[in-house]
Design a protein around this ligand. Sequence first.
Ligand code: ZN
Length: 154
Amino acid sequence: MVDDVQLSSLYQQLILEHYRSPRNRGELDPCSVEVERLNPTCGDQVVLRLQVGDGVIREARFDGEGCSISQAAVSMMTCLLEGATLEEARALADRFTALMHGKEERRQELRQLGDLRALQGVSRFPVRIKCALLGFEALRVALDQVEESGASGA
Ligand code: ZN
């Protein structure tokens, strides 16, 4: 079990693997934008850092603490962000948010979510959806800030 959420064992393993060995954790220099988000109901914290140039996310890093779902989700997310345009990053956030709200996705679209597919079962546990979406909340704010400041270099 991943906390109180029962998911298929294969998906649980993937979530725990990201939780125990998070990808892209740490500082970023230079850093175009840094956004912190909290999920008080669960005690999750995520700090997302992006380096953006020419409208493309060059690097993504994060720090944080909290439940396995929140930390695994942001680790999985950063794996998909590097090399993505700001538009692609927004589309990814929309797609994953739809998945968490139980909207059926076509197989091809699901594939684009990479390891994040492991979190699909979380949609059945409304309390935990906030955990899974915390990193993407940070991402949306970060993308807004980059676009407002013109730091995208586009
Ligand atoms: Zn949580």
